[in-house]
Design a protein around this ligand. Structure first.
Ligand code: ZN
Length: 466
């Protein structure tokens, strides 16, 4: 977790990179590695901690899009998630949602390695492995091995999903072995597809091989938890031979035009997410690179040294005056430290440089609402927050909207926004009361429809939770 000096914290729940850390509940979405659990246990809800960061997401989209194109898959940015987990992992869920762990981003040395991992996962998507594996497991379920697998699933439910696979891999049951064999076959197929896609985008398979090796090495290091990816992706001799052969036949590049950008992403994530001492070793004060300075600024902030954090950041801004994310970070530091006027200036600059980022818009709106403002600005805040909701539905934005509507004397809208927020945090009873209150405030026809939709959603969510 990120250490914070956030005076708004009590009101605005958890902030992360200046925005809310989202919890995505996936009661019916069977994550690829969680398939076994989903099939054999009653409904399981998983709370997954996701990261929302425009800089990281924009970078990832640039990396993923060409790989999806090479695979002939339509790229949908809404289906890519960054999971706040420092283990080395990436996986595809039911519905072809692609999840990338922060640990993968922090530990990949370069874009070539990241390309390799993403190409492998894309291979699973293109191969339809998620759906097929589900069918295979269903078939096995009918063969009455459910209880055996459920035991593994129960173990997995407590921790990493891949523990289930570990149980499967370790089991002596021939049926389970057949599933394992089936999975290994899919791994091979994903590797083969990955090499094809990498060739199409003129990238060497070296990164994929290196990253797999890295996972093996980390596993061997004492004191390091077994990485989940290793369970389903062991670097066995057959796999190594395949990579070596692919390497010999490849003339693809090991460098990428996005390598410098990736350094910035790694610095940001490391500085925010790693233990401070570890991050300091990675980015010591002797490191004068832009990425190094970026990390040092965040680390100074985490150590409550705002002047140093700002000084370092201003040095970076002098070098790259058109980088919106430097202003965004500055805005975050200042907002969380209660320096609203200067925070607003920073967010305004960020917004001018990048007007369509929901994160920057949210930061601006939050700051503008906290700072003294006139009626015109209040209306703009409401407009901007509604834009954010369209781009990326967000609980913090609902909370801010309810405050803005209250100030703007729009009680029906205020109750509606508050109900949205409470539905999001599963305060269903409160949400229902607020919907009722909104209905009593003479809502517009349009708002009435929205209130009805929300009621239906709440009933649906309520029946799913237990
Ligand atoms: Zn795989």
């Amino acid at each position: 977790m990120v250490e914070k000096v956030n005076r708004l914290k009590h009101r605005l729940s958890v902030f992360f990179f200046g925005r809310q850390k989202q919890h995505l509940f996936l009661p019916s979405v069977a994550l690829y590695v969680f398939l076994v659990i989903i099939c054999f246990l009653p409904v399981q809800a998983f709370a997954v901690s996701l990261i929302s960061d425009d800089e990281t997401e924009t970078f990832l989209h640039k990396i993923i899009r060409p790989i999806f194109n090479a695979a002939g898959i339509t790229f949908n940015p809404q289906k890519v998630f960054i999971l706040n987990d420092n283990s080395l992992n990436a996986f595809v869920s039911d519905g072809n949602y692609l999840f990338i762990h922060t640990g993968t981003l922090i530990n990949a040395d370069n874009v070539n390695e990241l390309n390799g991992i993403i190409a492998h996962e894309t291979g699973h998507i293109a191969g339809g492995h998620i759906v097929r594996q589900k069918l295979q497991i269903n078939r096995m379920q009918s063969l009455a091995v459910a209880s055996l697998i459920a035991a593994g699933a129960a173990a997995a439910a407590s921790g990493n999903g891949d523990a289930a696979m570990a149980v499967l891999l370790g089991s002596q049951s021939s049926l389970l072995n057949s599933l394992t064999a089936y999975q290994m076959q899919e791994e091979r197929s994903a590797d083969e597809s990955a090499v094809k896609y990498l060739k199409k985008i003129d990238q060497s398979p070296r990164g994929l091989k290196n990253f797999m090796k890295k996972i093996n090495q980390l596993n061997r290091l004492s004191g390091y938890k077994e990485t989940p990816y290793f369970r389903t992706h062991p670097m066995n001799s057959e796999r190594a031979a395949f990579f070596n052969q692919a390497l010999q036949q490849s003339s693809g590049k090991t460098t990428s035009p996005y390598d410098e950008e990736f350094k910035m992403i790694k610095a940001k994530l490391s500085a925010f997410l790693l233990p401070i001492e570890q991050a300091k070793q990675k980015y010591p004060s002797s490191d004068h690179s832009v990425a190094g300075r970026y990390a040092q600024s965040i680390l100074a902030y985490r150590e409550h040294n705002l002047p140093e954090a700002l000084q370092t950041l201003d040095g970076l801004i002098a070098k790259q005056p058109n980088n919106p994310y430097f202003y965004e970070l500055k805005g975050q530091f200042l907002l969380e430290s209660g320096k609203l006027k200067t925070a607003l200036t920073a967010y305004e600059k960020a917004r001018r440089l990048r007007s369509d980022s929901p994160d920057i818009l949210l930061g601006w709106a939050q700051t503008a609402l906290e700072a003294p403002h006139d009626k015109t600005t209040l209306k703009e805040i409401i407009t901007v927050l509604n834009q954010v909701q369209l781009k990326r539905p967000n609980l913090t934005a609902w909370l801010l909207l309810s405050r803005a509507y209250q100030e703007n004397k729009q009680p029906a809208e205020m109750y509606y926004a508050a109900a949205q927020y409470n539905a999001g945090i599963k305060n269903f009873e409160t949400a229902r009361r607020q919907i009722k209150a909104a209905e009593e405030e003479n809502p517009s026809a349009n708002l009435k429809l929205k209130l009805n939709d929300l009621k239906i959603l709440i009933n649906h969510l309520n029946s799913e939770s237990f």
